[in-house]
Design a protein around this ligand. Structure first.
Ligand code: NAP
Length: 339
């Protein structure tokens, strides 16, 4: 007997990756139910190479008898439907920002705080963190165990797929328009994204930070340690898939480059590629389609006491979204929902 699993937002970037990941990891599902908006009813989505599923309307769907829902239809839609699914007895793993800071909802990266999953019972909801936070905390966790991290300063280089499928089309169309000398009209992004970079992701907050930057700080504290200070600058770059981050870490006590490299090499979910030569580091183009969080350019920061810098890259649709959600579902069925 397997599980009945709904995928909410199944026509989107994250939803399609969730379907692929459930299939690839042989998740024990008896039935997969793809859900999206009324616009997509009857549309076909792939589940693995051979199976085609027809999309149903989320608004009309009854979650009774569904064991798990992997949800990514945007924050407003989740705010309405995730509690409804939870109340029907379905455990929702929610990819949107809506429930992440709710004290009754665990925010989970399985390599970092799998024990937090136990808290799902209050609302039947588990939140998946922001894509930029996930890859960073996977790399920070083994380092925090070495020397206790005091402060992190991070600059991100985030791909357009993080903003959804229409944002990917915008990069493609603008790039094409430049080659054929057509006018450029920003729609999803505030400025031209092709051949440009934009230091603005999500809305501005009162202190001048963007909400994406605030999320990286607040989520890292909820997942890893409430005492870590994080200062982030989040930047959108003209890359289709894969986020990169330049991470500067200040520890309480000295941590050598060798200790850091050894700990990262042993850490679950991390692959260290760090040769100080041409091609000796990983870029988003190589991380796209892969599961790992890649760490390169590990080096001492001699400008502060106990400082270390590194470069961290991962596929934002996989470890940053779908894979993390499916890994949570795997722990859930192994430790909590066993049939
Ligand atoms: N992309 C990432 O790297 C990433 C990472 C972590 C979290 N997330 C979060 O995941 C969510 C989705 O991201 P995405 O990149 O997959 O976006 P996307 O490509 O734009 O897809 C959005 C999905 O939501 C569905 N949807 C929209 N309005 C709906 C409604 N009223 N009822 C039911 N379904 C509705 C869409 O269905 P239709 O096709 O029917 O419109 C589509 O399946 C966002 O909240 C995002 O912040 C994204």
């Amino acid at each position: 007997m397997g599980y009945r699993v709904a995928v909410i937002g199944a026509t989107g970037n994250v939803g399609r990756e969730m379907l692929q990941t459930l299939h690839d990891r042989k998740f024990p599902a008896d039935q997969i139910i793809p859900l999206a908006s009324e616009r997509s009813v009857g549309r076909e989505v792939s589940y693995g190479d051979d199976e085609i599923l027809k999309v149903q309307d989320l608004a009309k769907f009854d979650f009774k008898g569904v064991d798990i829902a992997l949800s990514s239809p945007g924050a407003k839609v989740s705010a309405q439907h995730s509690p409804r699914a939870g109340a029907a007895g379905c455990v929702v793993i929610d990819n949107t920002s809506h429930f992440r800071m709710d004290p009754d909802v665990p925010l989970v990266v399985p390599e970092v705080n799998p024990q937090a999953i136990a808290g799902y019972k209050k609302r039947n909801i588990i939140a998946n963190p922001n894509c930029s936070t996930i890859q960073m905390v996977v790399a920070l966790k083994p380092l925090h165990a070495l020397g206790t991290i005091k402060r992190v300063v991070v600059s991100t280089y985030q791909s357009v797929s993080g903003a959804g499928k229409e944002a990917m089309d915008e990069l493609f169309n603008q790039t094409r328009a430049i080659y054929v000398n057509d006018a450029i009209k920003p729609e999803r992004f505030t400025k031209q994204i092709a051949f440009n970079v934009i230091p603005h992701i999500d809305v501005f907050m009162d202190d001048g930070a963007t909400k994406e930057e605030w999320k990286m700080a607040a989520e890292t504290r909820k997942i890893l340690d409430p005492n870590i200070a994080v200062h982030a600058t989040c930047v959108r770059v003209p890359v289709f898939v894969g986020h990169a981050e330049a991470v500067n870490i200040e520890f309480e006590t000295p941590v050598s480059e060798k200790q850091a490299r050894d700990a990262l090499q042993k850490a679950p979910g991390v692959v260290v590629v760090d040769h100080r030569a041409n091609e000796g580091y990983v870029t988003p183009q190589e991380a796209a389609g892969e599961d790992a969080v890649y760490v390169s350019r590990i080096r001492k920061d001699p400008t502060i006491a106990n400082g270390l810098s590194l470069w961290c890259v991962s596929d934002n649709l996989r470890k940053g979204a779908a894979l993390n959600a499916v890994q949570i579902a795997e722990v859930l069925v192994r430790d909590y929902l066993r049939q």
